[in-house]
Design a protein around this ligand. Structure first.
Ligand code: ADP
Ligand code: MG
Length: 678
């Protein structure tokens, strides 16, 4: 591409941008920047305030400033103790100042005598003289052009090795100057006018290179507005139009109520009213030939599995297939055993589907991981159940779901959506809530345990074990990413060895982590289930769904590393047989974190916790950022910004209810949809 050529399509690959060669493309990809659009929407996470431009004579130590001047001398020197120093002398009308860089001899070639330079940093004393050490600098080839690296609010970007903020800045500046953004603006003019929002070009220019803090706020708001508007529009759209008739199998369950009742009566426990209500809601949905899309939410231990199983019953009785997806092999196994117990005696074939299996899927119930989503769908599939849905971040456009005859979809999650968000953001979803725990369940007593109490806690655990209790110990993953790496496993293994040899030498312990082979995992879990082990230590693999009803004590190490939602899910793993149960949150953290953890001492319901957390800490802390991305694909807009949600929702409705308006933006809808899938 020739320098200066316009970029016409935001979906163009970044390789179309001048100075972005293959190596840079690769580095950009690490930041998930593949297209020009990704690049422009890579917003600064903060700004450096270099607005204070002063004369060299007025420089004072310690003050963040920008100065401009002419290079009058530039040289490299090596000091007595082998330090490589680049020295540049800069002069303006008022005086001169020394600029210093270490180990950057190459700079000399670009900072030639005579060049105009803007530099910023904090002056400090160097060998007794005032100097600017390692300042940011910018060569002012064209003094009329506004600078982008100095003398202003300078954007800071998330970087990666080999990609500096400075480089990103210069490329973004290029894109902004050479792209026809007006034709790419998807926010309808009518909305921009009435809401007094700037055009896209202005918003993007001002978010990257703002003249004031006020501009940052306004432009961010504008970009969030656009994003949230499309999200709301899509939600309303799929609610109103996306549900084509005759596109899925109608399951008439009225014929099978007798069988369902019989199964319920044979359960080893009494089903709760809330569970019954949820089963009915699901069956009602499936009693139409419009595909169901329902979320079943309920605290850990509220009994979602049996609800899903009962709802599956009429489906298999009608001769159709059900696919049940769980996030990990361990959970798949466990749910498989449970479902088999229930369905096999009714004469149904329950199949455990593994990754390697090639043959056609013929079981009535197919249990597997999300790999199932990407297989050719079985013939008579009528219902797909996705357990622990927030773990998948499922893109619903998969082979399994996108068929001519669409299966009904039931997703299940223990991460509650706070009631206050129902209407504003999630109004489009059908939600069933199990808002009642099984009668005999006593919520675990929870304590936050500081470092000084650790040994007391261990002795207490010993006592509980001698009374027959079984204990989980969970180690946090060090990184946000939910994948374990070897270092983390090593750390957990070492901790575990210490625990086994020094802390609990007389007890039987087992360890489970992500790098164990599936058979090894199964064995450890089985040993624990059969009470051959007293304590099961684990990296957070137990977080989702392990069901060992007799376990009574949960210890969580480094509790401050977990979100409240995860902690709440973890403690839901104990006391499932109705026994007294306990959760100890080990933390070595300062007060602020302890206060947050103490919410768990006070509240027993996940929904209450979500509400409280929302009130106290505002957005994001409950789900953690990585999780709300799974619910919706918002990059900029804040899911919890209720005012924005309400406003954009109103506009979405105005557009959808007006044929003319919707026609105006139908092309944009298509583009937006296409971008979203990528
Ligand atoms: P979750 O909602 O976390 O997925 P599960 O479905 O795994 O919970 O159920 C947790 C445990 O509670 C299981 O052992 C299940 O058999 C049991 N259970 C489910 N419903 C009831 C009930 N109404 N009364 C007592 N125990 C129940
Ligand atoms: Mg579950």
């Amino acid at each position: 591409m020739i320098k200066g050529t316009k970029i016409t399509d935001l979906n163009d690959p970044v390789s179309k941008i001048p100075l972005v060669g293959p190596a840079y493309c690769q580095r950009l990809e690490r930041l998930e920047i593949k297209t020009v659009r990704d690049f422009l929407w890579h917003l600064p996470y903060d700004y450096e305030d270099y607005t204070n431009t002063v004369s060299i004579a007025d420089l004072q130590a310690g003050q963040q400033v920008t100065v401009k001047g002419t290079v009058i001398e530039a040289k490299n020197i090596v000091t007595k103790n082998k330090k490589k120093i680049t020295q540049v002398l800069l002069r303006d009308k008022s005086g001169q100042i020394l600029l210093i860089w270490f180990n950057q001899f190459f700079l000399v070639s670009s900072l030639k005598v005579g060049l105009e330079l803007a530099v910023c940093g904090k002056p400090a004393f160097f060998s007794g003289k005032l100097a600017l050490v390692s300042p940011s600098y910018e060569v002012l080839y064209n003094p009329k052009q506004p600078s982008i690296h100095t003398g202003r609010l300078v954007p800071k970007y998330a970087c990666t090795q080999g990609l500096s903020s400075k480089w990103l800045r210069s490329r973004i500046n290029y894109i902004l100057k050479n792209t026809d953004l007006d034709s790419q603006d998807t926010l309808p003019n009518k909305i921009k006018e009435e809401e007094r929002l700037p055009r896209l070009k202005q918003a993007l220019t001002e978010v990257h290179f703002p003249q004031s803090k006020e501009q940052i706020k306004k432009s961010r708001y504008r970009l969030s507005f656009e994003e949230m508007f499309w999200w709301q529009l899509q939600c309303q759209w799929s609610r109103q139009y996306g549900r084509e008739k005759n596109s899925s199998v109608k399951i008439n369950s009225s014929k099978h109520l007798e069988t369902i009742r019989k199964v319920v009566n044979e359960l080893p426990f009494k089903i709760t009213q809330a569970q019954v209500r949820c089963v009915k809601e699901i069956l009602n949905d499936m009693n139409r030939n419009i595909p169901m899309n329902r979320l079943l939410q309920g605290d850990v231990g509220s009994g979602k599995t049996i609800v899903a199983a009962l709802a599956s019953l009429p489906v298999v009785l009608e001769g159709y297939q059900v696919a049940y997806l769980a996030p990990t092999q361990t959970l798949v196994r466990q749910q498989y055993e449970k479902l088999k117990e229930l369905f096999a005696k009714l004469g149904f074939k329950v199949d455990l589907v593994t990754g390697e299996q090639k043959e056609e899927l013929t079981g009535d119930l197919l249990v597997g991981t999300h790999a199932l989503l990407f297989r050719p769908p079985p013939n008579k599939l009528a219902l797909v159940i996705i357990d622990e849905q927030h773990r998948f971040g499922v893109n619903q456009r998969t082979k399994l779901l996108e068929q001519k005859v669409k299966p009904h979809l039931l997703t299940m999650s223990a991460t509650p959506i706070p009631r206050t968000l129902f209407l504003s953001v999630f109004g489009h979803l059908d939600i069933s809530t199990i808002d009642q725990m099984p009668k005999d369940r006593i919520p675990p007593k929870t304590w936050v345990v500081g470092e000084s109490k650790r040994n007391d806690a261990y002795r207490w655990v010993e006592k509980r074990v001698s009374q027959g209790d079984q204990v989980f110990i969970v180690y946090p993953l060090i990184q946000e990413s939910e994948k374990e790496n070897m270092a983390q496993i090593k750390a957990a293994t070492q901790e575990y060895a210490k625990l086994k040899e020094e802390v609990f030498p007389k007890l039987n312990l087992g360890l489970i982590h992500g790098k164990l082979k599936q058979e090894e995992k199964n064995k450890v879990i089985e040993d624990f289930r059969q009470k051959r082990l007293d304590i099961l230590a684990a990296t957070s693999v137990v977080e989702v769904g392990i069901d060992i009803p007799q376990a009574a004590v949960m210890i969580i190490e480094g509790a401050e590393r977990f979100g409240l939602a995860s902690l709440h899910q973890l403690r839901g793993r104990v006391g499932r047989a109705g026994q007294e149960s306990f959760c100890l949150l080990f933390t070595s953290q300062e007060q602020e974190n302890v206060d947050r953890l103490k919410l768990l001492e006070k509240y027993n319901s996940g929904l209450d916790l979500a509400e409280e957390d929302l009130k106290i800490r505002g957005p994001g802390s409950f789900f953690g950022t990585s999780q709300h991305g799974h619910f919706l694909n918002l990059k900029i807009a804040d899911l919890f910004d209720q005012e924005l949600a309400a406003k954009t929702k109103k506009w979405a409705q105005i557009y959808l209810n007006n044929k003319e308006l919707i026609n105006q933006i139908s092309a944009a809808i298509k583009t937006w949809e296409a971008n979203k899938i990528n």
